[in-house]
Design a protein around this ligand. Sequence first.
Ligand SMILES: [Ca+2]
Ligand SMILES: [Ca+2]
Length: 479
Amino acid sequence: MKTKIYALLGILMMSAITIQVKSQEIPNGNMEGWSDVTAYENPVLYETSNFHIYNSGGELNAIKTTDAQDGNYALQLTTNPAPEVNVNGMAFIGYPGTNTIYGGVPFNKKPTAVKAWVKYDVKDLDTANIIVIFKTSTYVNGIARMQFTGVQTDYTEVTITPTWFLPYTILPDTMAVVLSSSTLEEEVDPQVGSTITIDHFSFVGVPDEFPNYSFEDWESVSLEEPDSWISSNAFTSNSTGASVLKTGDSYEGNFASQIITQKTIWGDYTGFLANCYVGKEDIYGGMPVNDNPLKVSGYYKYTGIDSDSALLVARTTYFDESTNQSEILEEVFVKLGNASEYTPFEIPFQHTGAPLADTLSLVFSSSDYSIEENVRLGSSLTLDDVSIIYESDNVAENALSAGVSPNPATGEIRFQLSHLLDKSMKIQILDAKGEVVKTQTVNVRSMTTSMDVSALQPGIYFYRLTGGNKPLEGKFIIQ
Ligand SMILES: [Ca+2]
Ligand SMILES: [Ca+2]
């Protein structure tokens, strides 16, 4: 049941997909935009697989259905596909760990049976599960387990008799529950479409009511998320707390993102901010770019517990039409050590020229997951002012600017166009961010043409002249 940490890093938030295709800036790189996101609903007292499927890019798979046997609602679990993994529909009271379950709700009786109303459609080779675990201290006192295969179209009541492992006089103190639409065996793949709907739990032989027995009580899981980023919050908020927080300790503006290594509901550790999905085996998606990034830079603070360090991963890819799939151009790993004051960082790329990158994927982690034994709860990475520089920015910097005068300019600049006579030319002025701030089309009649730049703020600008045999680029300064 333990999920590999990279699976836990696989996170999806639909809002994060609304990346501006035209923009070459890193969306919300200044960490100023934050929104409350209602991710999904869970039955009260239960954690569910919704966080996992939500993060993996599939449909929610632990849902409130009105197809109830009792009252208004029932719990429907379905094994749904996500881009990299089929996610078992699960709901649990307590936190599943390796071969055990932690936590639960107080319960101190020994019922003779657990009953539930169920309907299901479990695919071939698959098995749905209802497991109720009675614990005394940390020991398993008894288990009531039923497995389901095949199809049951109408609600039917099942009676599940517990097996008790401890003497009858030793009562449990805690009850935990695991409900699953698919197999819990790690070696067996959950089958897409396996589903079980559960309603109206009851006990036999004791007067106690099963907690939230009829799945009538549900609660929304809301997260405060940095806009346009994908965070690890959905993995951690319900167990140990948020792993990505809005902090007022900013380098610029009002806010920065603080990423903290927290325990997930699976007992693993995670804390990350990404602009892509990260699946079990790989990362995928990211922000569209139309030029090769030269470097991603920003400012950070870091407090690593023991020998932990922060890990920044950046990958560029391009779509190769000959193979009809995205190929990796470059992958860069940068580790950051402790920094109590804001410190600049850079993720440098080597690749230039063709093929041009079309996607940039970024994953910023508060722990160095490449050295698993160093990962520590509470390691904290604060990031702000994350930005990107592209190859073309550099070309512009290095291009000859001798054709422009005066430089620095004030109210007007002149372009020398000696080899471009009798052409219709377009002159674009771009600001330091690469945004076009002024465009002028001229029919060149002399060796010089001029442009009024008095409306532009002082700063560094780039010019781009097109219409000649080849574009001319360069930079100039307005004082
Ligand atoms: Ca900021
Ligand atoms: Ca119900």
